[in-house]
Ligand binder design. Sequence first.
Ligand SMILES: Cc1ncc(COP(=O)(O)O)c(C=O)c1O
Length: 367
Amino acid sequence: MTALRPVPRPGVLDIEAYVPGKSSAPGVAKVFKLSSNETPLGPSPRAIAAYKACAGNLEDYPDGSASELREAIGRSFGLDPERIVCGSGSDDLLHLLAHAYLVDGDEAIYTTHGFLIYPIVTLGVGAKPVVAPEKDLTADVDAILAAVTEKTKVVFLANPNNPTGTCLAFDEVKRLHRGLPGNVLLVLDAAYAEYVRRNDYEAGIELVATSDNVVMCRTFSKIHGLAALRLGWMFGPAHVVDAVNRIRGPFNITSPALAAGVAAIEDVEHQERSREHNTRWLDWLMAEIGKLGLKVTPSVANFVLIHFPQTKGRTAKEADAFLTARGLILRQTTAYKLPNALRLTVGTEEANRLVVAALKEFLARPA
Ligand SMILES: Cc1ncc(COP(=O)(O)O)c(C=O)c1O
């Protein structure tokens, strides 16, 4: 008798499951987790209070339309709340967009070192992830456009990109959009937008507002410090918002997340403090690590990509072990096709200084 068993749709078993950054260092008393691009300042105290205030009403379903949160986001960015959808993290929205716009055999383009969720959501719906080469660890508009075929339905662009920390200027994003056929959805994933200080950068609001095939995804996990609550949002054309709303979970955001999200987006001072901390320490880390003789990819986000030599005793893998033994946890980037690098999230002053001191010690050892 043939043993029958359920078989997942084509593509699912080709997925390399996402491996989150490590969070522990066995045997080390004090651990600094610098592997997931979380904020060292934590969330706004007002967001924590709003979260706690929900404890008395856990029996009630949340507001499935997330109206208050969409209105608060709308007020802070000058956007029509009807054009906003909230998700359980921006990961949720990326999955929903793939579900809504890709079918078996379609193609979705992302870039060589692009965020790893893109191939996962693409394969998950039976579509084909197509990799467009980058230039200098930065998305290359010409290469993306060259990869477009009749089967292309979505282009995922993380801007800034994780794990490289590089970004495309708004003119380049506009050039990319101009070159895409109107039936291709351009997903601008701006998870780190708040940290960017370049004045030629725009997260995507203007392009979404003026076109029919662009969406911008944002997250509360980074500058707002609410990664544990899983909260993201997207701004898109009315027809895309309609499609996503039809397939999302009717209560996809919990009440504590909705309440904390409203408080977080309204606490502009806290965001400003987080941005200032990041600006100061991002620049410091890039300079100090550079002085040690390691190459650092110039970053506009809240993390830096550090490149290590392939010499025995000096490799990224060995550096990772050395740092982990001291409680300093960075992110390995082999899955991002960057086996000789480690990604370091900007941490507290204490963590940043410890990382630089430990790297100095690592490089000074006999190889
Ligand atoms: C580029 C990019 N997009 C999206 C996300 C996912 O964020 P969220 O926590 O909102 O799912 C991340 C998180 O690391 C990211 O780096």
